[in-house]
Design a protein around this ligand. Structure first.
Ligand SMILES: [Zn+2]
Length: 633
C-alpha cells in the first residue's frame, strides 16, 4: 500500500532542552497552543482565571462530603482540564487531563503512558504495592520483567518515591507519567474488585487464611468446601455486591458492549467485548463464581435457585459519567448452564449509543432532509432495512424519540424489546400468550395510536396489518430483512401486498450499515493503489493515473492498536416518487426500480461509503467489508 506517513508533529513543535523540569503553566499552555490542542483565546482565559479556578477546585476538594477526595494540590493539568475547552483541532472532543499530561511529559522528557486497563495485570498491581500506598503516592505498576518494573506515576520527578518503590519491589523502577485521574481510577477499580473478591473468597474458606501470594489449588479447595461452605457466601454479601458493582463500572468506563462471566475448570473468567473484540479482564476464584452469578441474577430479577435452565432478565442501572451525574443504562442478562457451572452474558444498552440525535446517525444533509420529510408525514409507512447489527434499532429508536411529543401516542411491538424507553408504549412479542406482531397490530388499531413501530415484518400477515395501519391514518415504522432499498420495494410485493396498497402507503425506504471509523488520534494519510480504486469501481478522470487520498489508523493506546474507534452509519435513502410508483404498478423488477431511484437522486450504500472513505472517516477494508458492488445498475 502506498503510504505517506505524517511525521509526529509533537516532536517538531516542542521547544527543545526543557527536560527533567516541570514546565510553568504559561509554558504548558503555549505548548498546547503550538500543538493545536488549545486555542490562543482559551490560553489567555486559563492564564487570566487560573488563581480563581485553582482556589475553586481546591475548595471542592476539601468539601467534607466528597469521599476519597485527595488533599493534594491542584495540578496544572487538572486546572486546564477543568475548563472543558473543546480541542482546537477537533471541536467534538475536549481537552482532557490525559491530553495535557501527555504534552507535559513530552516537555519534561519523560515517557507518557496512556493506561489501558485491559493491558494491566491486577495481580502484579495488588501484589506489588498496597492500596493505601498506591493511592497516597498516585502510582500504579504497569508491567515487570528483566529485573525492572514500569510504574505509572503522577509525579515521576519525585526521586524519593522512585527510590522507595525500588526498595519495595527490589527492581529497577522505570517511571512513566500518567494523569492523576487515570491512575486513581485504576486504583479504585483494580483494588476494589480484587479486594472484594478476595474477601469473599476468604469467607468461603472459613477464615482459613492462606496469606498473600498464590493460594492453594482452588480445584481441590472447591471440592473440599463445596458441601458445607459455598452456601455460606450469600449473593447479598457486601463483598459480592461490591465486586459486581466494580465489574459494571469497569465495563461502562471501557465502552464494553457485553460482559461474559464464564466458569472454566480452574477459575471463572470475565471477558468484555470492546469495539467488537473480546478481552479477558479478570479471573475469579471458582468458589466465588456462584455468588457473583447469583448476585447478577438477583439484580436481573431472575429465579436465583434455578441453575439448570437458561433465563433472561434485565437490569437498569446508572453509569457514572465523567461529570458524576450518571445516566441510566440498561443491561440485558441471560444465563446458560455450561459444563463447569452457569455462564452469564450481560449485554449493555447505553442510551447514549442507542438514542442519538437524527443528525448524528451519519446521514449526509440531502439524505437527512429526505428522511425528515418521511417522518414528518402524519401517515404512511417507512421501512428501514439491513442485516442484524446494522444499526436499524438505533435509527428507529432515535426517530421515535425525535417525533414523540406528549401529544403523540407512540406504540411499539418488538421481539425482543431492545431497550425500555419511557416515552414509548412498548410491547414484547410473546407467542405463548398470543402476543404476536399481527395480533398486537390489530389491538393497537383499536387504541388509535399516532405512530406505530413494528420490530420486523417477517410474514404476509404482519405486512398486511402494517399496511392496513398505514392506510388508516397512522405513521408506521418497521424493518425488513433485505440488502438494499430497491429490493425492499419488491420484497413487499413478494409478501403479498397489493401494488396499489404499496403505492398508497410506502413513503420511503432506508437501507443501512455500520462502518467502523478510523481512529482520529492516530490517523495517517495514504494513497489507494490503482487496484483498490478499481475494486471500489470509482469513476476517475481519464488520462491521468488515478489517485485517492484516504486515512488509516496506525494504532494507538486510545484505539487499542486497532486503528479504528467508534462507528458511523451509511444510509441509502429511497424516496418513493411518482416514477417509483409507476414502476411498482408495472411490477418492474429490482434493477429497473434501482435505476429510477438513482435517477431520482438516491446514492447507493457503496457510493456513500466511498464518500466517507475519501473524507478520511473510514478505511478501505471497512468499505469492502460492509458494502457490495451493486448488481443492478
Ligand atoms: Zn488510534
Amino acid at each position: 500500500m502506498a503510504s505517506r506517513t505524517v511525521k509526529d508533529n509533537m516532536e517538531q513543535s516542542l521547544p527543545p532542552g526543557t527536560a527533567r523540569r516541570i514546565p510553568s503553566l504559561a509554558e504548558l499552555c503555549d505548548a498546547l497552543v503550538g500543538l493545536g490542542r488549545l486555542k490562543p483565546g482559551h490560553r489567555d482565559e486559563v492564564l487570566a482565571r487560573c488563581a480563581a479556578q485553582r482556589a475553586h477546585l481546591q475548595r471542592q476538594r476539601l468539601a467534607p462530603r466528597l469521599k476519597g477526595a485527595e488533599a493534594h494540590e491542584v495540578t496544572d493539568a487538572e486546572l486546564i482540564a477543568s475548563f472543558h475547552f473543546p480541542l482546537a483541532s477537533d471541536p467534538t472532543d475536549h481537552l482532557d487531563e490525559d491530553r495535557v499530561v501527555e504534552v507535559q511529559a513530552k516537555m519534561m522528557g519523560i515517557p507518557y503512558a496512556h493506561i489501558d486497563p485491559l493491558k494491566l495485570s491486577p495481580e502484579l498491581i495488588t501484589s506489588t504495592v498496597s492500596r493505601p500506598f498506591a493511592r497516597r503516592h498516585c502510582v500504579v505498576p504497569l508491567e515487570s520483567g528483566n529485573g525492572t518494573i514500569k510504574v505509572a506515576m503522577a509525579d515521576p520527578l519525585n526521586e524519593e518515591l522512585v527510590d522507595e518503590l525500588q526498595r519495595i519491589t527490589g527492581r529497577r523502577v522505570e517511571a512513566v507519567m500518567a494523569s492523576r485521574k487515570a491512575i486513581q481510577k485504576i486504583i479504585t477499580e483494580i483494588y476494589g474488585f480484587q479486594s472484594s473478591v478476595s474477601a469473599a473468597e476468604e469467607q468461603v474458606r472459613g477464615g482459613e487464611s492462606t496469606g498473600p501470594g498464590p493460594g492453594p489449588d482452588l480445584g481441590n479447595l472447591e471440592q473440599y468446601f463445596r458441601l458445607k461452605k459455598v452456601d455460606e457466601i450469600e449473593a447479598t454479601d457486601r463483598h459480592i455486591v461490591n465486586a459486581v458493582e466494580y465489574l459494571l463500572h469497569y465495563a461502562f468506563d471501557n465502552r464494553a458492549s457485553d460482559i461474559h462471566v464464564e466458569p472454566r475448570r480452574e477459575a471463572a473468567v470475565v471477558r468484555m467485548r470492546i469495539d467488537g473484540v473480546l478481552h479477558e479482564v479478570y479471573r475469579i476464584p471458582k468458589v466465588v463464581h456462584p455468588a457473583i452469578i447469583s448476585r447478577i441474577k438477583m439484580m436481573a430479577r431472575m429465579d436465583v435457585a434455578e441453575r439448570r435452565k437458561p433465563q433472561d432478565g434485565r437490569i437498569k442501572t446508572a453509569a457514572g459519567g465523567t461529570g458524576g451525574e450518571g445516566r441510566e443504562v440498561e443491561l440485558r442478562v441471560s444465563t446458560l448452564p455450561v459444563a463447569f457451572g452457569e455462564k452469564v452474558v450481560l449485554r449493555i444498552f447505553d442510551p447514549e449509543q442507542i438514542l442519538v440525535e437524527l443528525g448524528e446517525l451519519g446521514m449526509y444533509p440531502e439524505e437527512l432532509e429526505a428522511y425528515e420529510r418521511f417522518i414528518a408525514r402524519p401517515n404512511g409507512m417507512l421501512l428501514v432495512t439491513g442485516p442484524t447489527g446494522s444499526g436499524k434499532t438505533t435509527t428507529l429508536y432515535s426517530t421515535l424519540r425525535a417525533i414523540a411529543t406528549p401529544e403523540v401516542n407512540v406504540v411499539t411491538i418488538e421481539d425482543p424489546i431492545e431497550m425500555v424507553v419511557e416515552e414509548f408504549n412498548q410491547v414484547a412479542v410473546q407467542p405463548k400468550v398470543d402476543i404476536t406482531f399481527p395480533q398486537m397490530l390489530r389491538t393497537f388499531l383499536r387504541q388509535d395510536p399516532d405512530i406505530i413501530m413494528v420490530g420486523e415484518i417477517r410474514d404476509a400477515e404482519t405486512a398486511e396489518y402494517a399496511v392496513q395501519a398505514a392506510l388508516t391514518g397512522h405513521l408506521v415504522l418497521s424493518t425488513l430483512h433485505t440488502n438494499d432499498s430497491p429490493s425492499t420495494v419488491v420484497r413487499l410485493r413478494e409478501l403479498g401486498v397489493d401494488r396499489f396498497l404499496i403505492n398508497s402507503t410506502l413513503v420511503g425506504v432506508v437501507a443501512q450499515r455500520l462502518v467502523r471509523k478510523v481512529c482520529q488520534n492516530c490517523k495517517v494519510e495514504e494513497l489507494l493503489t490503482p487496484d483498490q480504486i478499481a475494486l471500489l469501481d470509482i469513476p476517475m478522470r481519464s488520462g491521468r493515473a488515478p489517485e485517492l487520498k484516504v486515512a488509516r489508523g496506525k494504532g494507538c493506546a486510545r484505539c487499542r492498536g486497532t486503528g479504528l474507534y467508534g462507528r458511523t452509519g451509511l444510509f441509502e435513502v429511497l424516496d418513493v416518487t411518482d416514477g417509483i410508483r409507476k414502476l411498482v404498478s408495472e411490477e418492474a423488477d429490482v434493477a429497473v426500480i434501482a435505476r429510477q431511484a438513482r435517477a431520482d437522486g438516491m446514492r447507493t450504500l457503496r457510493e456513500v461509503a466511498v464518500h466517507k472513505l475519501a473524507a478520511g472517516l473510514t478505511s478501505f477494508e471497512e468499505v469492502m467489508r460492509v458494502t457490495v458492488q451493486e448488481e443492478h445498475r
